[in-house]
Ligand binder design. Structure first.
Ligand code: CS2
Length: 507
């Protein structure tokens, strides 16, 4: 059976649905991509099934109408396909009540956020969706979309603009409080979002700014959360899997690993679903979990993606299967990222590390190096600077972090004459054009690293002043160019001042 000849999901076997209808809406979610649909939506489905509550989700995608259109054609349903080497399981969350694009309906985004029934506005817009400058950590005022949103009150294009305009609508029409919850991989994501929202409001004309800020400060809360689930892009492979194994056509199934984790700060000014029912943990230690995840998982993931792409690996499991890349990954995780993390009580770091490697080895999932390697200019800013500075301040060079930055630049800003390969070519990045221009003007790795990290502050202001780190990054770029990634890993292992990682036997 193929995806084309099967009945639609809306006529699916009723047994697969846990409830006859979606709950009335209480959440507006910005960023209707795969991650949200395999994470928050699944927890919300469990919460509503167990505890009830009007916590239906209005999903807003930024520009592409592909997911909203498909959801409307499928009664707002889609399949989460949990993929492990042992086989697949299928679930169909029933929580979305509507879906539309922000680009096509900017006014509707404002009124949905402004609606008194909305008690939570959540976001999975990726690190790149916050329109902040990696150099300063503040709103990127050079960004035409931010400038547009500051000048035009009714047609916001950026999530931060949409939130502030929606909050102004609430302030004008009623005074019901609302929670803004970031679910993106940003350190301290609650405060980060709050800071950007307040900054946007403060840039409005003076009287409007004062009024909006005062309202925000008394009627909103911004919980931080640590989100974790590896969710690759949808391909025909997954559409066919659903068609053959479940017997219905789904245009937008979401593949996901079996592992899922959500640690949330319990700071919801207008109530929340009982997400515990789906396994979410409410904790005061979110910051520690975020550090652990953003550094050990995401930071190491970047290294695996860039070194893998440069070694010809299409997927993360292909990459981590290369002994030298596993060695580099173990080294950066344990010797460079871990010392900077305040490990939350009760977390067994050895077990966490082994679990990460087993998740990265999930060959059935086929998570692509080009997907993890995309948007490095905004992702690496979250992952590298703080732990790198901590090591540098202690007098040690974070060799594998410099290597990560070098491998990233080798992928997306290759020096003339260096061909990084198709996986690197497929990586998208908002700074790609800028960096390609800088690479064209550079004759050596050092020149490139100086321009990107020094002049353009790609990893923030503090690292821009660290000539030692910039110099080392430049040397790794040159080694990658002249001798390849394996030689660069060998060099990093030899020069590292911290004990070498060893490869444990794989189960
Ligand atoms: C990855 C993450 O693409 C990336 O940068 O590191 O998407 C990662 O798969 C998730 O954060 C896992 O929770």
């Amino acid at each position: 059976m193929t995806a084309n000849s099967t009945p639609p999901l809306s006529a699916a076997i009723p047994g697969i649905l846990r409830r006859p209808a979606a709950p009335a809406p209480g959440i507006v979610h910005l960023g209707l991509g795969n991650f949200h649909r395999a994470h928050q939506a699944v927890y919300t489905d469990a919460a509503v099934t167990t505890n009830g509550g009007d916590w239906g989700i209005i999903g807003v995608s930024s520009r592409s109408s592909a997911v909203p259109d498909a959801m409307h054609s499928q009664d707002m349903l889609y399949t989460v396909v949990e993929i492990s080497p042992e086989g697949s399981t299928f679930t169909v969350p029933r929580v979305h009540t509507d879906a539309f694009t922000a680009a096509g309906n900017p006014g509707r985004v404002i009124t949905s956020i402004g609606d008194a029934a909305t008690r939570i506005v959540s976001l999975t817009v990726t690190e790149n969706g916050y329109n902040y400058s990696p150099a300063t950590g503040s709103l990127n005022l050079q960004d035409p979309a931010i400038r547009h949103d500051l000048e035009h009150g009714t047609t916001p294009r950026t999530p931060i603009g949409q939130i502030v305009r929606g909050l102004q609508h609430r302030a004008r029409t009623h005074a019901e409080p609302v929670t803004i919850m970031s679910c993106d991989n940003l350190a301290d994501n609650g405060h980060h979002t709050q800071r950007l929202v307040r900054e946007f409001a403060s840039l409005l004309p003076a009287a409007e700014a004062a009024e909006t800020l005062a309202w925000i400060d008394t009627h909103t809360s911004f919980p931080s959360s640590m989100v974790d689930r590896i969710v690759p892009a949808t391909t025909d492979h997954y559409r066919n899997l659903v068609a053959t194994q479940r017997g219905y056509a789904d245009r937008i199934p979401v593949p996901a690993e079996p592992f899922t984790m959500w640690i949330v700060e319990d700071n919801f000014i207008a109530g929340r679903p009982a997400w515990e029912a789906g396994g979410a943990v409410f904790s005061d230690e979110v910051a520690g979990y975020e550090q652990l995840k953003v550094r050990l998982l995401n930071g190491t993931h970047s290294l695996i993606a860039y070194l893998g792409a440069l070694s010809g690996a299409v997927t993360i499991p292909d990459s981590v299967a290369q002994t030298h890349i596993e060695l580099a990954a173990r080294h950066i995780l344990r010797n460079e990222y871990l010392p900077s993390v305040q490990v939350p009580d009760g977390v067994d770091v050895d077990a966490y590390e082994e679990q990460l490697f087993s998740r990265w080895r999930n060959t059935a999932l086929g998570h692509r190096t080009s997907q993890v390697g995309s948007d490095g200019s905004v992702k690496l800013r979250q992952r590298i600077p703080l732990p790198a500075l901590q090591m540098l301040d202690d007098g040690a060079m974070p060799q594998f972090m410099a290597l990560t930055a070098a491998a990233y630049l080798s992928c997306v800003a290759p020096l003339t004459g260096f061909t990084p390969g198709p996986q690197a070519d497929a990586m998208e990045d908002p700074a790609r054009a800028l960096m390609a221009g800088l690479a064209e003007q550079s004759r050596s790795g050092h020149e490139l690293a100086r321009k990107v990290l020094g002049d353009h502050h790609l990893l923030g202001e503090a690292l821009a002043g660290r000539d030692d780190f910039i110099g080392r990054t430049g040397q790794y770029i040159d080694i990658i160019r002249s001798a390849g990634p394996l030689a660069a890993i060998a060099e990093a292992s030899t020069t590292s001042e911290r004990p070498h990682a060893t490869i444990r036997s794989t189960p």
